[in-house]
Design a binder for this molecule. Sequence first.
Ligand code: 4AD
Length: 429
Amino acid sequence: MEQISSILNDLSIGKKFEIRGWVYRIRASGKLAFIILRDASNVIQCVAKAENFNDGDFKLVSSLTIESSVSLVGELRKDDRAINGYEMNITSFKIYERNDNFPVSKDISEEFELDNRHLWIRSREFNSILKIRSTIFKAFREFYDKEGFYEVQPPLMVSTATEGGSTLFNVPFFGETAYLSQSSQFYLETFIFSLEKVYTITPSFRAEKSRTWRHLTEYWHAEAELAWTDNEQMMEIEEKMLHYIVGKVISENSNELRILGRDIETLKESLKPFRRIPYKELIDMSESLGMPLKYGDDLGADEERQIMSNFKTPIFVTEFPATLKTFYHRPDPSNPEVILCHDLLAPEGYGEVVGGGERIWDYELLRKRINEGGLKEEDYYWYLDLRKYGSVPHSGFGLGMDRVAMWIMHLDKITGAIAYPRTIRRLRP
Ligand code: 4AD
């Protein structure tokens, strides 16, 4: 049994192979049936000639339907008219399951496609999307493993909010209320006092009531936390990490990027250094970027879409006003109005893919910020404890994997970048 891609790599003309897969296209005319077969790796044209079969078998093979599962045995030959320039001349076959009417084809509505995602993931487009996602996840892990980080496993049913209460999902928990984790940051902070450099990839949950092109209610969150590190150093690591991820996708998935119609030359612009622009400077530039903003305005999906349509390479936005961000960010000691944090905005209109920065590591200051935020100190006792026993300067970040995938593949919406999106309107399939 061979995979189509290895047959097309080896090109052993005249050799007999058996391939297993699904009928991707079929066209039969008279004494010939052309079947494009797909497996996980690629597609290949197969031809069944009436002369090689008895009447009953030729009828069976020439009337196969799309997505029927089969195994085909035949010889490889060159044929310039075939999809990859080669063709299998079939001499025997086995049908595993023959379907009557596969419901999903091209030119379907977005809603129909999403309702049938469990079937649509077989398409060449989605097969490519899944492969690129797999590379992105693998590259993230590879990068941090090489940098000497440990992968850790935080809990996802939690008792406290990280990013404010408005987007928490409640879960009944034996007489208490648990929340689904919005971010593993606080737990990662606990781990650095044992391991110093840690990361995790988990789902995060946000009860996002607004429907935008870049929000999911369950998304894949890659987070890292690092002892003895400041905001500048954190940005350097993130830049190196994104160069690594983009470089890996370009080197391993050029075929898939081509199937998706992604312009690889534009993507290569993201291998260049990332500019760092303080929030205030960005506000000053905002009019010339086509989105007039004033100091104190938050950057949402629409603002970032417009601003980042002017850039081909990601940028870091730094020095946000403290009023725009959550309580744990460390104020700049030389100007406490701004915090030592950053958002990384992806180019070509995609906007925020990473949020990170330095954490408050002083006990009294953190207590003050918790109280100012109207939060209960006792809920955060373990988070405060970290500032009581051997506190150290530290930084971290969270990266939205589905957003990074959407940007790298240049997709319209985040729901196209994940197999089973969860949004305010979608819980199935
Ligand atoms: O900016 P956020 O909210 O930051 C945090 O959660 C930090 N505690 C992370 C950390 O420092 N460890 O989220 C981080 C990233 C965003 O930049 C975005 O890419 C992604 O998570 N994200 C979402 N992705 C999809 N759907 C949503 N609803 C998202 N909300 C945030």
